[in-house]
Design a protein around this ligand. Structure first.
Ligand code: C5P
Length: 221
């Protein structure tokens, strides 16, 4: 599997992160979570007092944060200006602000270039929104993960909030807003690549999803 690139795209809560990381471990490949990179930049912008809805201001400061990303699937690391941000980038504040920041072309330009560098000669599973379409259009395997909206909201809520019913509703609204923003932005929106294999995970457990991805990778390796 040397040189292989497995691209995994899909909307929020489709189970991308657990599936991509699990597949990378099982296949002995590196792992890159591109969403974490957009989240880390968003965290930095908020901390620096940059209004995230001001695209010009965000663009003007896009080169400032010193972002470093590790690709070990057993221990994915992400730091900004030397600080480990793997915890804070999962906060609700960052989650609800990230779509505005990730829609700014200067941000995407910088992060896509970094992602291509990290992919290098391959041997990696990469997850995001635009991997199969923009970051790695020549990827060996392209998987587009989906799940029914309610199930995606339930999974997200269960991750952080114990799955309480009121929270499921709120998260479902937030998820819908984020997906709409991610799908309608001008620069590389969330989009299914023409040659992507669609995998609906609504009725599948994590292990079944990982197995499907590994089988596809083995087939094409
Ligand atoms: O995957 P995750 O939910 O962590 O992604 C956070 C946000 O980062 C997405 O809602 C989207 O706005 C942005 N993103 C992106 N392109 C990617 C990965 C993530 O625009 N390849």
């Amino acid at each position: 599997t040397a040189g292989i690139v497995v691209a995994i795209d899909g909307p929020s809560g489709s189970g991308k992160s657990s599936a991509a990381r699990g597949a990378a471990r099982r296949l002995g490949l590196r792992y890159l979570d591109t969403g974490a990179m957009y989240r880390a930049i968003t965290w930095w912008m908020m901390r620096a007092g940059t209004p995230v809805d001001d695209a010009d201001e965000v663009a003007a400061r896009s080169g400032e944060p010193d972002l470093r990303v590790g690709t070990d699937p057993d221990l994915p690391t992400i730091t900004v200006d030397g600080m480990d941000v793997s915890g804070p980038i999962r906060s609700r504040e960052v989650t609800n602000a990230v779509s505005a920041v990730s829609a700014v072309p200067a941000i995407r330009q910088r992060l896509v270039a970094m992602q291509r560098e990290l992919i290098g000669d391959g041997g990696i599973v990469v997850e995001g929104r635009d991997i199969g379409t923009t970051v790695a259009p020549d990827a060996t395997v392209k998987v587009y993960l989906t799940a029914h909206e309610q199930e995606r909201a339930r999974r997200r809520a269960a991750e952080g909030l114990g799955g309480a019913k009121a929270e499921v509703t709120l998260t479902q609204q937030e998820l819908a807003v984020r997906d709409r923003l991610d799908s309608t932005r001008t620069t590389s929106p969330l989009n299914q690549a023409a040659d992507a294999i669609v995998l609906d995970t609504t009725e599948l457990n994590l292990n079944q999803v990982i197995e499907r991805i590994c089988a596809l990778a083995d087939e094409r390796a």
